[in-house]
Design a protein around this ligand. Structure first.
Ligand code: TYM
Length: 334
């Protein structure tokens, strides 16, 4: 069976962006049953920027709890944290030797994250996309559901696979495609519709955290930035209105409707009507998840057990692919 792989960094808690852009799609793939689904809490990616060890530990469990609470079923999907499966880091080294410095220089996320002082960024942050390629290709995964911001990295994965196959004259690593689907592939900051919603934004009011309670969710949507115009009557009317478009996208993502359907339902509505409806919908969808996350996090040993079991399953798939890679490369002892 073909495989789906995706991952989320435990660098802080989960946001509504992670949920709508990624986790919800992961559940869809799991339920479709057409692919083997492998989902990973990518702790080795998190430490490319400084993480307090105790916080990393807690965040790894929180992301795992978020997966499970959202519907990832460890009996249907393989769920584990990256560092428990050594093959990721091992294949990443090989890919560090395949990928070119010039390719890494084109990665926009490195430029964003390193900021104006790239000299001071960790070497790991620079090599990050090669580890990501290893995450995917160590399972020979072909489909990678992600939000829009990860598109360039998944495309680089394809370049690395092609160069490996070409250099060693093999047809070993498959072509990988990013799967960027749904109405909310790029959820924006609630205070500035031109910036992505992220775990690390300055103000908590910019984002919805998956652990926010009902009052906080309602307050954040109420205070979300909008323009003075009511909702348009057609989809085209959202053009040039990033904040309005974002709230419509979020409503669509949470409800399972399309943007068109949301516009049809709220055509001409003022924000005084739309925002409370959006807040109610968000609370209805997210509150059960955050309750379940809290329940799961109260028993960390159980989460650790699930991750250890997933890691065992992951190794069974990854180790033979790594072994074959070592043979192809010509490493003695494999
Ligand atoms: P990360 O941890 O930043 O985000 C995890 C997933 O959430 C999506 N996402 C969003 N989607 C829509 N709107 C947003 N505002 C938003 N913010 C985040 C991301 O696109 C991503 O799908 N490098 C990856 C993790 C990774 C990975 C992989 C992904 C490591 N190895 C292999 C796929 C396959 C990252 O930092 O995602």
């Amino acid at each position: 069976t073909p495989r789906v792989f995706s991952g989320i960094k435990p660098s802080g808690g989960l946001t509504l962006g992670n949920y709508l852009g990624a986790i919800k799609r992961f559940v869809d793939w799991q339920e479709a049953g057409t692919h083997e689904t492998i989902y990973c809490v990518v702790d080795l990616h998190a430490i490319t920027v400084w993480q307090d060890p105790a916080e990393l530990h807690a965040a790894t469990r929180e992301v795992a709890a978020g997966f499970i609470a959202s519907g990832i079923d460890p009996t249907k999907s393989v769920l584990f944290n990256q560092s428990q499966v050594a093959a990721h880091a091992q294949l990443a080294w090989i890919f560090n030797c395949v990928a070119r410095v010039g390719w890494m220089n084109r990665m926009t996320q490195f430029k964003d994250k390193a900021g104006s002082n790239a000299e001071k960024a960790s070497l790991g942050l620079y090599a990050y996309p090669a580890l990501m390629a290893a995450d995917i290709l160590v399972y020979h995964a072909t489909h990678v559901p992600v939000g829009e911001d990860q598109k360039q990295h998944v495309e680089l994965t394809r370049d690395i696979a092609q160069k490996f196959n070409h250099d060693y004259k093999v047809d070993f690593f498959p072509e990988t495609e990013p799967v960027i689907e749904g109405p909310a592939t790029r959820v924006m900051n609630l205070r500035d519709g031109t910036k992505k919603m992220s775990k690390s934004g300055e103000s908590d009011m910019e984002r919805i955290n998956m652990t926010d309670d009902a009052d906080t969710i309602a307050k954040k949507f109420k205070k979300a930035k909008t323009d003075p115009e009511p909702l348009p009557e057609t989809l085209e009317g959202l053009e040039g209105r990033p904040e309005a478009k974002n709230l419509v996208d979020i409503y669509a993502g949470l409800s399972g409707m399309t943007d068109e359907q949301v516009i049809a339902e709220y055509s001409g509505a003022g924000w005084g009507r739309f925002k409370p409806a959006l807040a109610d919908l968000a609370v209805e969808k997210l509150a059960p998840i955050s309750t379940e996350m809290a329940r799961l996090m109260a028993d960390p040993a159980e989460i650790d057990r699930i991750l250890a079991h997933g890691a065992e399953q992951a190794r069974v798939i990854a180790n033979p692919i790594l072994k074959r890679t070592y043979e192809i490369v010509g490493l003695v002892g494999s």
